[in-house]
Design a protein around this ligand. Sequence first.
Ligand code: CMP
Length: 141
Amino acid sequence: METALERTLTIIKPDAVRAGHVGDVVKMFEANGLRIAAARMATLTRREAEGFYAVHRTKPFFESLTAFMSSGPALVMVLEGENAIARLRKLMGATDPAKAAPGTVRKLYAQSIERNAIHGSDAPETAAFEIAYFFAGIDLV
Ligand code: CMP
């Protein structure tokens, strides 16, 4: 597989922050070749959550998802590394924690398919949109 230095956006979601798993998840990033290029704690407004998840606006879970995502502080980060997008997706595990592989963030820390501990960009185009949604170029170190 070809390697490329990439950036991806992750959110440690309100359920995982509330449960005190920030340190554990960040440790997993660093142990798996994902360097922190930017980080910000934020309690998203409902509008901010709706804008972020706009691609899901027609889904039946949209209302509940955006209420959950704006329910408390989250840690929004840009991660950088070789094939960072795929690397993070593998480390996160499947959306539904019941289907996530052992040792993944969601297997370890997610509560349900909605309250699933972490978000990660799924493709280069979404990573570009999601990084720009939260950070200016000058914020990336
Ligand atoms: P995420 O990877 O952030 O992308 C979209 C989010 O929608 C997903 O994680 C879950 O939090 C949520 N989600 C996806 N599928 C469902 C579902 N079937 N029911 C409820 N929430 C879902």
